[in-house]
Design a binder for this molecule. Structure first.
Ligand code: NAI
Length: 333
C-alpha cells in the first residue's frame, strides 16, 4: 500500500482526508511543517503533501528515498525545490484554482478596511469611543486600481473593482487582449502603473523574475499616498523599499496578508527559549514595526482560508494524488 505523509494538517482536514483516501492508501498526518529538521518522517513515504510553510529543499527531497510525488496544497510552489524534484523524476502537483474569488474577496476586505478606516473604528469602539475624528475615508469610485499580475486572482479583483466604479491598470508579462477589452482595463508598463495607481495590489507569483519587483530603484515612481496591498508573496517587494515607502508617505497605508517572517509569528512566544537565527529575530522585529503603524493591517496569510476554498484545496489534492497513481492528467508544475 502506498504511503502518504500529510504535513500542516488540522483535525478537520485530517478527518476529511481519512474519509476520502483512507481505504486506498496508508496515511500519516503531522500538524507541523515539513522542513530539514523533521525530514526523517518522510523516509519511507511515497507521497508527501505540504502547505506553504514547508521547506522542501534538496536535502528534504533526498531524504524521501521512495518519494514519487510532492503534492502542494497551495497555488504557489516556491517553497519546493521543484527543479531538483524533476531532475530526480519526482512529480510535483499544486492546486492552481481553488480560491480566485476567495483571495480576491480578502484583497477587497483589506482595501475597504483601509479606505474606510474600519480597523481604527473597531479598536476605538471596543474602547467605547465613537468619535468620528480622524476616521474620514475615501471613495473607491473613480479611483485607479493597479493590478500587478492579471491572472486568476487578479482578474477576480478587477471584476470586483468594476463593481465599485474603479478604473483599472494592469501590469503582466502576458497580455490577453480579449480580456482587456471585455473587462475594460489597460495593460501598462510597471512604471506607469506605479505612477498612476491610487491602490496597488500584487497578484503575480513569486519567482526569480518577480523577486523584488518593487524595490529601492522604482519605489519613488509610486504615486505619493497610494495604498499598497499584498496577498501574493512578501519577496515580491524588497522589504527595505516597503519600509521606506511607509516611512516617507509614499504608501499612505498597506494591507499585507504576506510579510517577511510571517511563518515565525505563531512561534514568537517560544522565541526567548529557543536558539533563534539572527535573521528570524530581525524579521520579527521588522514585523513589529509594521504592527505599530496604525495605517497598516497585517493578516496572517489567511486570504485563502474560507470554508469553501479549503474544501476545494483538499478535493484537488486528493484528485492530484489519485490521478498520479492512475497515470491520468493532474495539476503538475
Ligand atoms: P495565476 O498564475 O493565475 O496568475 C499570475 C499572473 O501573474 C499571470 O497572469 C502571469 O502572467 C503573471 N505574471 C507572471 N510573472 C510575472 C511577472 N514577472 N511580472 C508580472 N506578472 C507576472 O496565479 P493566481 O492563481 O492568480 O495566484 C497568484 C499568486 O497569489 C500565487 O502565485 C500565490 O503566490 C498567491 N496566492 C496567495 C494566497 C494567500 O492566501 N495569500 C492564496 C493563493 C495564491
Amino acid at each position: 500500500m502506498m504511503k502518504i505523509a500529510f504535513f500542516s494538517v488540522n483535525q478537520k482536514e485530517k478527518t476529511y482526508l481519512k474519509r476520502k483516501l483512507g481505504k486506498q492508501y496508508k496515511l500519516e498526518f503531522y500538524t507541523e511543517n515539513l522542513t530539514e529538521a523533521n525530514a526523517h518522517l518522510i523516509k519511507d513515504a511515497d507521497v508527501v503533501s505540504v502547505f506553504i510553510y514547508a521547506k522542501v529543499t534538496k536535502k528534504v527531497i533526498d531524504t524521501g528515498k521512495k518519494l514519487k510525488l510532492i503534492a502542494a496544497r497551495s497555488t504557489g510552489f516556491n517553497h519546493i525545490d521543484h527543479e531538483y524534484a524533476k531532475k530526480k523524476n519526482i512529480a510535483v502537483a499544486n492546486v492552481p484554482y481553488y480560491g480566485e474569488n476567495t483571495v480576491a474577496e480578502h484583497t477587497f476586505a483589506l482595501i475597504l478596511s483601509l479606505s474606510r478606516k474600519i480597523h481604527k473604528a473597531y479598536v476605538r469602539s471596543i474602547q467605547n469611543n465613537f468619535s468620528l475624528e480622524g476616521l474620514q475615508g475615501f471613495d473607491l469610485r473613480g479611483k485607479t486600481l493597479g493590478v500587478i499580475g492579471a491572472g486568476s486572482i487578479g482578474v477576480h479583483v478587477m471584476k470586483m473593482a468594476k463593481g465599485f466604479g474603479m478604473n483599472i491598470l494592469a501590469y503582466d508579462v502576458n497580455h490577453n487582449h480579449i480580456l482587456e477589452e471585455v473587462l475594460d482595463f489597460d495593460y501598462v508598463p510597471l512604471e506607469d502603473l506605479l505612477g498612476k495607481s491610487d491602490i496597488i495590489t500584487i497578484h503575480c507569483p513569486y519567482n526569480k523574475h518577480t523577486h523584488h519587483l518593487l524595490n529601492m530603484k522604482n519605489i519613488n515612481q509610486v504615486k505619493k499616498g497610494a495604498l499598497f496591498i499584498n496577498t501574493a508573496r512578501s519577496g515580491i517587494i524588497q522589504s527595505e523599499a516597503l519600509y521606506y515607502a511607509i516611512e516617507n508617505g509614499i504608501f499612505s497605508g498597506a494591507g499585507l496578508d504576506v510579510f517577511e517572517g510571517e511563518e515565525l509569528l505563531s512561534e514568537e512566544n517560544q522565541m526567548l527559549t529557543k536558539n533563534v537565527p539572527k535573521e528570524n529575530l530581525e524579521a520579527i522585529w521588522k514585523t513589529n514595526l509594521l504592527l505599530r503603524n496604525e495605517n497598516i493591517i497585517l493578516t496572517p496569510h489567511m486570504a485563502f482560508d474560507s470554508v469553501e476554498a479549503v474544501e476545494r484545496i483538499l478535493d484537488t489534492t486528493i484528485n492530484n494524488i489519485n490521478c498520479f497513481f492512475e497515470k491520468k492528467k493532474f495539476y503538475s508544475v
